[in-house]
Design a protein around this ligand. Sequence first.
Ligand SMILES: [Zn+2]
Length: 50
Amino acid sequence: MLICFYCKIFIFNTSQKVYKQHTEGNRHRINVCVYIKNFYLNWLLKRVNN
Ligand SMILES: [Zn+2]
């Protein structure tokens, strides 16, 4: 079982093919974009606040 860190979901089928299909999916790509955006926003806010 794998956990997709970005989508916060479990992938019960751990074959490379299934995981690759997931990472190429639109929903996963959007979640990666949202994660990166939030990461930089938090980083910027920390810099501004300090
Ligand atoms: Zn994902």
